[in-house]
Design a binder for this molecule. Sequence first.
Ligand SMILES: [Fe+2]
Ligand SMILES: [Fe+2]
Length: 206
Amino acid sequence: MKHLIAGITVAMAAFCFQLTSAQADEAADAVIANLQKSHSGELNANVRYLAFAVKADEEGYKSVAALFRAAADSEAIHAQKFAETITKLGAVPKSEMEKPTVKSTRENLEAALQGETAEKDTLYPGFAKQADGAKQAMAAMFFRSAMAAETEHAKFYKQALDKMDVWKAAGKEFAVCQVCGYTVMGAPPLKCVVCASPREKFKVIK
Ligand SMILES: [Fe+2]
Ligand SMILES: [Fe+2]
């Protein structure tokens, strides 16, 4: 009897372990799926913002064009970080490219603001939390650093929308951290507030 109970206990423990490890596999797969979605999203955002920059230049919104170029640069860095993380986790980075829909600069700014807001408020916080649960610290860190940059992008798009006349003139400059994609308006800071890289790691875009 004693042996039978011990046997059942061992079998139950093994069953529970299997469930736990299956759940862990599922969580790890979900992290990779979220990284793939992010990688594709950032690559598409890069192409879309570059097209929006051309349109803004055509319409004479010089500083808006600079903002779109800076955000495009930042999104390319996020895409690269997501691709590296996907590779480190043993998968192959994928992307589904879409042809960007380019409208007037006002409409493009509105679309950009909407996209960034969804990313910073919903998409990346959810992905980061899921990665925390799956104990994927690197993925969680990159979701959060993208979130920090998207928060700044959303802020600048809102400022541009509120004062489009002011943003017609050339003169606004942006600096993009080439390590994490964090974006500031004006001169580069002494140190990146997200990844602590020094000023030399920032690219000035105007
Ligand atoms: Fe962004
Ligand atoms: Fe940075």
